[in-house]
Design a protein around this ligand. Structure first.
Ligand code: SF4
Length: 338
């Protein structure tokens, strides 16, 4: 067993990063869609504990690490002096590290003094990953995000002012059918107000056992189907023509992984990807979704293969014969991808 502690998750973009656990679990732990830390108590780790972990990691990895991700959900709750000591400890032991990043809650960022954020940045914390999820107050309230649109905007601006690279996570489908349009419009306008360096899509999946699944059972949350999800993203993108950012679709839950590009320069191209999908003949579109959710195809560029592949045709015909609701089938596939 490794002689150091690591938490359960990291952003997809940190797949090759050294994972350093600065705090355990999540201090909020109440977002309705999130199963990750349920039933686990938040705690901060001492500087000595973290430095001892770094010594163990140094024995294992030498000076190889190039990127570091600080876990778990909100390490910025660590006292600024302690946080700076940890960052310095990483930089001393791993001189080849080019980037250190961390998750951060908007609620915490706005409660940190600007001079403390600037100190953390100066010590060598480069990028913050913020789970904005939505810029719509009704959606944030529905999923009990514990923050507001205004706070998300203020946090984003303060992070940028302190000099951090800022990555905002957005969750298509989080408002369900009732709030879909408002979720798209308000998220686009919040992103315009923040101007983050990255916007990362992470499609909503309703995970059994979460409060969101209970809301669905009570009829208070109606999940979007695959086509509705892309229509919502298309609407949000339409509102993002003045956002200067890099759009990334790097989570396996996303249907269209090719939705990646620089805004506003590639605005029309990205909209075109959504529209190409939305305008496909229904049967071909269904078969594409099936192939994508089964992991057999990666992008719309493989549509010709989707049309001709006998195995995709066989599975699709089987679903039709059984009378399986394709949207239910796809939703089940999304749950398994979490
Ligand atoms: S989404 Fe983030 S802030 Fe919300 S409960 Fe999960 S880990 Fe905590």
């Amino acid at each position: 067993m490794a002689g150091y502690e690591q938490g359960p998750i990291r952003p997809p973009s940190e797949a090759f990063s050294l994972l350093v656990r600065v705090s355990r679990n999540c201090p909020w732990n109440r977002c309705a869609f999130c199963p990750v830390y349920k039933g686990k108590k938040f705690s901060l780790r001492s500087v000595d504990e973290v430095l001892a972990d770094l010594d163990e990691m140094k024995k294992e990895f030498g000076t190889a690490p190039r990127t570091v991700f600080l876990q778990d959900a909100n390490p910025l709750l660590t006292k600024p002096d302690d946080f700076v000591r940890i960052i310095e400890g990483i930089r001393e032991r791993f001189p080849n590290v080019e980037r250190i990043t961390a998750y951060a809650r908007s609620h915490t960022i706005v409660r940190r003094r600007p001079e403390d954020l600037a100190r953390m940045r100066k010590a060598g914390l480069d990028r913050l990953h913020v789970g904005m999820e939505s810029g719509c107050d009704e959606v944030l309230e529905l999923v009990n995000k514990g923050t507001t649109r205004d706070e998300q905007i203020e946090a984003g601006r303060r992070a940028k002012e302190a000099g951090f690279e800022l990555s905002e996570y957005v969750m298509p489908g989080l408002g369900g059918r009732r709030l879909s349009e408002k979720h798209a419009d308000d998220t686009a306008s919040a992103l315009e107000a923040i101007q983050p360096d990255f916007v990362r899509l992470r499609t909503t999946a309703v995970i059994p056992g979460t409060p969101l699944a209970e809301l669905q059972e009570k009829g208070e949350f109606e999940p979007l189907g695959e086509v509705e999800l892309v229509a919502e993203i298309e609407r949000m993108l339409r509102g993002m023509k003045n956002v200067h950012t890099r759009l990334e679709s790097d989570h396996m839950l996303n249907l269209l992984m090719e939705l990646r590009g620089d805004l506003p320069r590639e605005h029309e191209r990205l909209l075109g990807i959504c529209r190409e999908f939305l305008q496909l003949p229904e049967r071909l579109r269904g078969k594409f979704i099936l192939a994508r959710r089964l992991g057999w195809m990666g992008s719309l560029r493989q549509l010709d293969q989707v049309a001709l592949d006998p195995e995709i045709e066989r599975v699709w015909t089987e679903l039709e014969k059984r009378g399986t609701d394709p949207e239910q089938f796809f939703a089940d596939m999304r749950k398994r991808a979490v």
